[in-house]
Design a binder for this molecule. Sequence first.
Ligand SMILES: [Zn+2]
Length: 109
Amino acid sequence: MSISYWRMKDRYYRLMGSLCKACGSEFFPSVYRCRKCGSEDLVDKEMPKTGKVLTYTVLHQVMDGFEDEEPLLLAIISLDNGVKVLGQIVDTQPDRIQTGDLSRQSSEG
Ligand SMILES: [Zn+2]
């Protein structure tokens, strides 16, 4: 694990992003300048823990060190605030997942 990973660990696991106080747009990962209106008046905002599966893929050949997680499920989730995130789907099997499914961030990390 790199130093920068540990520095950012809480932000990734807690889905800490940004809220633009000027226009209300939300971003993840966090940004220093609003991509919509250009404002630099942003505050930390924890992203919603629920969303929908937009698309997913199943990896049957995984990187070294991830053999225990094969097949590995990666999905793009549209969170309830519209922000899209890429993440691993856990605690289910590939044949039990469909686009449009509700997703909830696991509390395990
Ligand atoms: Zn803005």
